[in-house]
Design a protein around this ligand. Structure first.
Ligand code: NAG
Ligand code: NAG
Ligand code: NAG
Ligand code: NAG
Ligand code: NAG
Ligand code: NAG
Ligand code: NAG
Ligand code: NAG
Length: 792
């Protein structure tokens, strides 16, 4: 409160009150400033001699650079304040002159030039006093420690031995030794006293029981739950473009894509809205943290956008953002560590403490880089909230690599794996393994008019080569098939090159250089053939080519490529064997759109080229790669996937109810009994379950495909019992529970039945000739392999 006395003297009462914590101020750093300040304040304090100063001077040295920093900040602020005060004094002078000139003005008027200044001073003073209060707190704690003023309280701050908190005393010991290792502990009030350790460990972390003498109501302020809002489909993406931010080549690329696809998204939203009817959808609070674009992870992609670098990830992220936005969820997008920290509420320091607030997001979409960053900065909160994370993981992570202990013990340890997430939390670019969720991306969809136009405009002898980097032309062995191709077709390339240097492609190739998307698409519309040279693996371009009426020709890999024999897959958390450059195109699309041949076999290659030139193909796009298909899939995931729920009855001894299975009439497999009740919350719904005992050495992924079905890992817990074997008429000589990514399985010889002890290790992938695996399968929608028929 600022008042002006009749004699014009200014009193800053509030300052006098709030500045009181200065009593504990430290000599040497700020005392001079203080005296100066007091003089400026008009001698309200008449202390001139140290002896009768109202400031109780302490000479204890404050520990650590943190408190020094605070004090320095404080003294800076005080100096600022003094300067402002001087200005004020000058103003005061002028207003007095003013008053002398015209008596009729109101006092308020006279004050106005100085009023704003006063407000600011007040604000500074408030800040100073806040900081001072903190210093005061720290000092008081250390006083407590040193002078043992409060013996009683000391007793209350002994680590309690409560069996419910077995780690408490160990944690206190750790804190005693290491609390200065991260400034975040001081941020939460830890100051080296036993009390502060216990308060921190009980109220910020959760290793110790709450202290009885602490204000419990304060500690347990329940996080306020936001009222649930219904999600509404959006079709105007201009706000999303703002959310995506700018300043990076990669973001510009992504925004261009989103803009180009706006009308497709809008149409898709309309169609899906109709399909879903008036289903209840909660609006989720979603954070999208694109880790590979952050400076901290090296952001290697942005500089390569213009040079033919891999854009598959950016295509996918742009589409994920668009899909989440169109579905009507509330989005926050971050592409830097700083933004991530402030959105999560990371306390200052090195990231060892939990977040300062309950996580304000229902879901977090990120990648492996982002996951690493979150782990480094969320302390214990990472474990608490990791079930809300979804990891966009192009090539997938198999359960054996995901389980830390198992991976370490059995040689599945890689640079990327061992996160102990539910494998379904990893979301892939193509439906590689049903152990992960298939996220995908979209490819532009053509309407009937455009399709007809394309079919009419094809040049039957034009081939475009897949790949923008010159390196794909390099490895030897390509001359033979290139010569054959050149005999029949005009070869076009889209290889990046620097303007000074000629492109490193053979002379007979017509190289267009790197093309912007619309021009690339025009090229595809004219071309008959899109041909892959074996790299890159599994990108978006072949789908685009097929959607534009091209035939995709690719080489069969024999032996298949995998982390065992190929540098590209080395260290990736999957044992998957890749039998061609684009397995999805081979297995899910196939002829007449996709031809997979042995390029080393000249006859086979030549025959394929001839056949392709003669066939007429329609542009084709699988439903799961349309905007509508992607929206449908992500909608289903958001609606049904909940990895925070307590896992069900997968473990030993918890299966007591009568078996819900029956043997199918022809005795080949198990089905969910009609009279058995469905498991509430199970998704996909359990009645789509069919279970087979696979042949020895057959993985469940393949075993299910053999029956036209897909492996469904979420059904493993229901099958993981001796009863399932018995129902399949497999007599188990013995039954054992073990941790193994191939279990449940029957081991030959000996008829030993093995059940899975660790739910995180249930895996569709993986095989060993020693085992006949018990495989849960389900049906799937045509063109939407991620969803069963009853899944929406
Ligand atoms: C205020 O005015 C008085 C004379 O009117 C002068 O002596 C004094 O220095 C002035 N103060 C400031 C801060 O300008
Ligand atoms: C006071 O502190 C707040 C937050 O620390 C800051 O935003 C504000 O600018 C400060 N005010 C002044 C006048 O320094
Ligand atoms: C405990 O904290 C609450 C909330 O901050 C406050 O309203 C209450 O007065 C406090 N009680 C005591 C005894 O300090
Ligand atoms: C989308 O919204 C923006 C403002 O949010 C508006 O300027 C623009 O006209 C809208 N576009 C369409 C097609 O409605
Ligand atoms: C098909 O798409 C083209 C270009 O995108 C558009 O001009 C045309 O009107 C569309 N035709 C139909 C029938 O929707
Ligand atoms: C073709 O043969 C070469 C060597 O003769 C071999 O290195 C290459 O892997 C083979 N390619 C395929 C696709 O089999
Ligand atoms: C067994 O029955 C299922 C339908 O219940 C059928 O699809 C399958 O072909 C049959 N298998 C054999 C070997 O008869
Ligand atoms: C379902 O019916 C079969 C007989 O048809 C019976 O053996 C089984 O116990 C029933 N299962 C349940 C869960 O009721």
């Amino acid at each position: 409160m600022i008042t002006v006395n009749p004699d014009g003297k200014i009193m800053v009462r509030r300052c006098l009150v709030t500045l009181r914590p200065f009593r504990l101020f430290v000599l040497g750093i700020g005392f001079f400033t203080l005296c100066f300040l007091m003089t400026s304040l008009g001698g309200q304090f008449s202390a001139r001699r140290l002896g009768d100063s109202p400031f109780t001077i302490r000479t204890e040295v404050l520990g650590g650079p943190e408190s020094r920093g605070i004090l320095r900040k404080m003294s800076d602020l005080l100096e600022l304040m003094v300067k402002r005060m001087d200005m004020l004094a000058r103003l005061e002078n002028s207003s007095e002159l003013h008053r002398a000139a015209s008596d009729t003005h109101l006092a308020a008027d006279r004050l106005s030039p100085g009023a704003g200044l006063m407000e600011r001073i007040q604000a500074i003073a408030q800040n100073v006093s806040d900081i001072a209060a903190k210093v005061d707190q720290i000092l008081r704690h250390s006083l407590l420690l040193h002078s043992k003023v409060s013996e009683g309280r000391q007793d209350q701050c002994e680590a309690p031995s409560d069996p419910k908190f077995p780690d408490c005393s160990g944690k206190v010991e750790w804190m005693r030794a290491r609390w200065t290792s991260d400034p975040c502990y001081a941020f939460f009030g830890v100051d080296g006293t036993e009390c502060s350790f216990l308060i921190y460990l009980s109220e910020v972390e959760w290793f110790c029981p709450p202290l009885p003498w602490r204000n419990q109501t304060k500690a347990q302020t329940a996080p306020k739950t936001l009222p649930r809002v219904q999600a509404v489909f959006r079709s105007n993406l201009s706000h999303l473009l703002e959310l995506m931010g700018s300043g990076k080549e990669s973001l510009i690329f992504m925004k261009k894509r989103t803009k180009r696809l706006t009308s497709q998204w809008a149409t898709a939203a309309q169609r899906l809205a109709q399909k879903l009817g008036d289903i209840q959808r909660d609006q989720k609070q979603i954070l999208v943290h694109i880790g590979f674009l952050t400076e901290e992870s090296g952001d290697v992609f942005s500089p390569r956008v213009l040079k033919g670098g891999p854009l598959g990830e950016m295509v996918q992220w742009a589409d994920i953002l668009a899909a989440l936005y169109v579905l009507g969820h509330s989005l926050r997008v971050t592409v830097s560590l700083k933004e991530l920290q402030s959105n999560l509420g990371v306390p200052p320091g090195r990231g060892n403490c939990p977040l300062t607030m309950p996580l304000p997001f229902d879901l977090i979409y990120t990648d492996y880089h982002g996951l690493q960053q979150m782990k480094q900065h969320m302390g214990l909160s990472f474990k608490k909230y990791r079930c809300r994370i979804r990891v966009i993981d192009t090539f997938g992570t198999e359960p054996a690599y995901n389980h830390e202990e198992y991976a370490t013990l059995h040689g599945y340890r890689t640079n990327w794996g061992y996160w102990n997430l539910n494998p379904k939390q990893f979301m892939t670019m193509f439906p590689h393994t049903p152990d992960n969720s298939f996220m995908g991306f979209v490819s532009e969809e053509l309407n009937e008019t455009e399709k007809q136009l394309i079919k009419g405009g094809k040049a039957s002898n034009m081939a475009v080569v897949y790949g923008k980097e010159a390196s794909i032309w390099k490895p030897q062995g390509k001359e033979k098939f290139l010569a054959i191709l050149n005999k029949y077709m005009e070869i076009h390339g889209t290889v990046y090159y620097e303007s000074q240097r000629p492109p490193e492609v053979p002379a007979f190739v017509k190289n267009h250089g790197l093309l912007p998307q619309p021009e690339f698409q025009q090229l595809l519309r004219k071309a008959k053939l899109f041909i892959g040279f074996g790299f890159p693996y599994e990108g978006p371009a072949p789908l685009e080519a097929i959607a534009n009426g091209c035939v995709f020709l690719q080489s069969r890999f024999s032996p298949p490529h995998s982390s065992l024999n190929h540098e590209f897959f080395r260290g990736k958390p999957t044992s998957r064997e890749v039998f061609s450059q684009h397995p999805y195109a081979e297995n899910f699309i196939g002829k007449p759109h996709v031809w997979t041949v042995d390029y080393n076999n000249s006859e086979e290659f030549e025959a394929a080229i001839k056949a392709i030139m003669k066939t007429q193909v329609d542009p084709y796009l699988p439903y799961e790669y349309t905007c509508e298909g992607m929206l449908e899939r992500i909608h289903a995931y958001i609606q049904h996937q909940d990895f925070c729920a307590v896992p069900g009855s997968a473990l030993p001894g918890t299966h007591t109810s009568p078996s819900p299975f029956v043997l199918a009439p022809n005795a080949t497999h198990l089905e969910w009994a009609r009279n058995a009740s469905l498991v509430p919350g199970a998704w996909p719904p359990t009645h789509s379950l069919r279970a087979w005992l696979a042949a020895p050495g057959r993985a469940c992924t393949d075993a299910c495909l053999d029956h036209g079905l897909i492996c469904e890992p979420s059904f493993f817990p229901f099958l993981n019992s001796r009863d399932a074997f018995l129902k399949l008429q497999v007599p188990c000589d013995s039954t054992e529970w073990e941790m193994h990514h191939l279990y449940p399985a029957l081991a030959q010889p000996g008829q030993e039945c093995y059940l899975q002890k660790e739910p995180l290790l249930f895996s569709c992938a993986g095989a060993n000739t020693k085992y006949q695996r018990l495989c849960p399968c389900r049906d799937f929608r045509k063109g939407q392999v991620a969803l069963c028929r009853g899944c929406l």
